[in-house]
Design a protein around this ligand. Sequence first.
Ligand SMILES: NC(=O)c1ccc[n+]([C@@H]2O[C@H](COP(=O)([O-])OP(=O)(O)OC[C@H]3O[C@@H](n4cnc5c(N)ncnc54)[C@H](OP(=O)(O)O)[C@@H]3O)[C@@H](O)[C@H]2O)c1
Length: 304
Amino acid sequence: MRVLIAGATGVLGRSLLPLLRARGHHVTAMVREPAGAPSADLTVVADALDRDAVRAALLVARPDVVVHQLSALTDRGPLGFEVTARLRTEGTANLLTAAREAGARRIVAQSIAFGTAPVGDPVLTEDAPLYLDAPDEDWARTVQAIAELERLVVGTEGISDVALRYGTLYGPGTWYARDGAIGALVAAGKMRLPETAGGITSFVHVEDAAQAAVLAVESDATGTFNVTDDDPAEGSAWLPEFAAQLGGPTPRTIPADLAGRLLGWFTAYQLTELRGASNDRARLSLDWKPSRPSWRGGMVDDER
Ligand SMILES: NC(=O)c1ccc[n+]([C@@H]2O[C@H](COP(=O)([O-])OP(=O)(O)OC[C@H]3O[C@@H](n4cnc5c(N)ncnc54)[C@H](OP(=O)(O)O)[C@@H]3O)[C@@H](O)[C@H]2O)c1
């Protein structure tokens, strides 16, 4: 098949591209800057927020399947959230319009498994409500953008759709790598553990996430799928172990009511309220299972 990856230079895109080529697919990398782009069968240049450029790129590539791995979360600040939200709304709309015109039959888009509202069971399915009214402006905007991405993808006539809701990525190049935004904080002993850290994180290794994208490209299944490991974990469990794996100090405990101020809204929410995400649907319909069923023991082995 002819497959186009939008976001081919990213953490996920770089893992996915060689996997697809090894499966015999003709892979086009859509990039903003050709210098340093990963090796592909074809490279096209477009900013995903430039509708005309995306259209021209897809008309050259003529993909059967478009894979949307766009994000701007290398910048953890408000700008990263803002641009990522635009990539999920405008960027998705641009890709879909161009995909239809170029004759693509399928889109596989990147979403998140941790956008659910913190209500109900500790581990939630894809049917759980999203946290559209989160009290934090950046997070509400992020979740609203996810909802819009999934609505656009599912609603485009003539194109079969998959939204892969990745769990919290770990592995090389991610925020949880030794030199990543979270890994470096934890390794330096700068992360704190709220005394009630019952929020649940569902992790997934970046290579397992990429493998799920390969299966989604090749499958006829449609809908949203959580791509998460088998071991959703409370903050009180994963954070101290992550610190130990990094060789860092055990995170100091702080009163729960100071967590928002000391850690920032999202991290406090992640550690105290977030729900985990079940991967049953991806196992059943995509025939995917994580090669790393648990984050325990292996979150930072890659860097050693
Ligand atoms: N699901 C999660 O767990 C999650 C949640 C929060 C944060 N994160 C972190 O975010 C990163 C996620 O990895 P990722 O592969 O999703 O993202 P990534 O490594 O940031 O890659 C994003 C891709 O999107 C491209 N891109 C950005 N803006 C673009 C634009 N306007 N037009 C065209 N392409 C554009 C980038 O291209 P350029 O090379 O041109 O920039 C890059 O190829 C990791 O660091 C992860 O730890 C992940």
